[in-house]
Design a binder for this molecule. Sequence first.
Ligand code: HEC
Ligand code: HEC
Ligand code: HEC
Length: 317
Amino acid sequence: MSTVGGSATIPSTVEVAAGSRAVTDFEKGRDLYNFRCYFCHGYAGDAKTLAATYLDPPPRNFTTTPLAQLPRARMIQSVTQGRNNTAMAGFKETLSKQEIVLVVDFVRQAFMSGEKPNTRYHTAGNGWPNHQRYAAAFPFAQGEIALDRAVESLTPAQRQGRKLFMASCITCHDRAKVDDEGIAWDPRPVSYPRAGYSHRLPEADAVSSATPYSIHNKAPVVKGLNAQEREGERLYQAANSCAFCHAADGTGKNWIGTFLEPHARDLTTLEGMTQQRLEGVIRDGLKGTTMPAWRDVLDEKQRAAVAAYVMRVFVPR
Ligand code: HEC
Ligand code: HEC
Ligand code: HEC
């Protein structure tokens, strides 16, 4: 492929298959783009980037810009000189004329014409072989499911995906969609939830294992529980269940419990609590707090079992 007088011919049969990195003009354009432009315009050319959330005007979304709407010559001009009063700076100091043409042609072909598959970040070449195996987390990475959607309304597969996203993806995909950008997402001295955090595996987390929190992650050993109370114990102590917030020992003095505002209630101080009131709280949750309603998660028998366990083991009489 030759470049004459600053204008490149668009290659017509470039192999973009993962692994093959023939150094065509298209690939040179891709390298330039992925180094200089993705930060604002996105690997996928759709400008769904962190930068786009604070730039006004936002970077151009090339995937919704038809070729005819933005002529090649104007693009070369804009990339060379920049656009006045926008974050789009000119590249005439950093890129040669030829490189500007290459990157513009790459943008036209990869994103605007739809002829070529979009550049993807998670390719084997970038160190992400078989990224498809994380498919369950894609809807959270791509903002199709809000991160703060009520967990009870998610299917088991979606819950699995959310968990995976929180553990392995959020570090980079930190602009995941949330319905309520409220206080929970404000800058805070502690980040929650931490990657890989589990109240079951305190030693996996530097914060909880280095502090007194972890002593509250041990379930009390109570002899002589009846069948219903044993079932309640299983449900209470299960991962992502009551113990997650109220601690295995019911005090709410585990790491998550003390972090929540208001704190998860210390169940060992609920003098005067009755089994009936307890079942009501578990069923309906407490408005304005993180105490969830369990009516769609646990059936009536299970709720009664949890309540029986809490009454027997934690509530003082
Ligand atoms: C090291 C940072 C990083 C991590 C970790 C990461 N991603 Fe990404 N991801 C990116 C970048 C960068 C893009 C490209 C975004 C763009 O188009 O500008 C991306 C794009 C995507 C896309 C869009 C399609 C594509 O391949 O470009 C999906 C889906 C996705 N990521 C899912 C995930 C999932 C699921 C995880 C966790 C298992 C994850 N990512 C972890 C950085 C990361
Ligand atoms: C710092 C963020 C940023 C970077 C980096 C950036 N752009 Fe832009 N770009 C923008 C913004 C913002 C606009 C929208 C300007 C406007 O609305 O006039 C834009 C617009 C454009 C346009 C449309 C211009 C027009 O005439 O309407 C093209 C083409 C473009 N960018 C190409 C590139 C290329 C190619 C690169 C890399 C060499 C790049 N941009 C790097 C922010 C950026
Ligand atoms: C996501 C965290 C979270 C989970 C999970 C959770 N709770 Fe709570 N719970 C709280 C918070 C926070 C409060 C305190 C609210 C307040 O102070 O108003 C609370 C309060 C309570 C109370 C006190 C009610 C009252 O009337 O004073 C009981 C009892 C209770 N939870 C039981 C449970 C049981 C049983 C489970 C499991 C089925 C559970 N909680 C799961 C966060 C949680």
